[in-house]
Design a protein around this ligand. Structure first.
Ligand SMILES: [Fe+2]
Length: 182
């Protein structure tokens, strides 16, 4: 279930509020310009290849491309026994920004997007069916947990794909580690 935990950046270990109502969550994250939508999941009938996933969501991807000018897309997936899970987690866990929007649609599994904006951290637990669009320049990080499991479609405007600029902030270490949907 999608949830949002709101922390004050000055005291990140003591959450100020936890929201579970999707409309309330969507309204809260809109403060940072973040877009959150709920898409109906397509029954993939056991097909798990990247090609099958992209084909199943092709109309939605086309809508997003038209809306945001995205020129490339792919599928990213993590499983609990992925040999590089610790290194990949660390790569996304430090606060960073992109010159591109960060666009993710969760096909299955979950992960925690943490948005640092206006003195607060919005820890958004995304689950299957969630589309999130972080505008370019948003300070954020992503925690997939020590036993990650998710499959997501990513869209990019830049041909280079995922390029991050790390801010050097260490706020991520002040939040509880992600352990799965709350
Ligand atoms: Fe990012």
């Amino acid at each position: 279930m999608t949830s949002l935990t709101i922390h004050e950046a000055s005291a990140p270990f003591a959450p100020r509020a936890v929201l579970h109502d999707f409309d309330a969550i969507r309204a809260a994250v809109a403060a940072s310009g973040t877009l959150l939508e709920r898409w109906p999941l397509v029954d993939l009938a056991g097909a798990v290849s990247d090609k099958a996933i992209l084909a199943a969501y092709a109309p939605r991807i086309a809508q997003l491309q038209a809306r945001g000018g995205y020129r490339s897309h792919d599928v990213v997936r993590m499983v609990p026994d992925h040999p590089a899970r610790a290194d990949l987690r660390a790569k996304f866990l430090a606060e960073h920004v992109h010159e591109d929007d960060e666009v993710r649609f969760f096909v299955e599994g979950s992960g925690l997007f943490c948005i640092h904006h206006a003195g607060q951290i919005h820890a958004l637990d995304c689950t299957a069916g969630d589309l999130i669009v972080l505008p370019a320049g948003t300070h954020h990080w992503f925690d997939s947990g020590a036993a990650p499991r998710f499959t997501a479609i990513r869209l990019f405007t830049s041909p280079e794909g995922w390029v991050a600029h790390y801010t050097g902030a260490t706020l991520a270490t002040g939040l509880p580690a992600y352990e799965g949907p709350r």
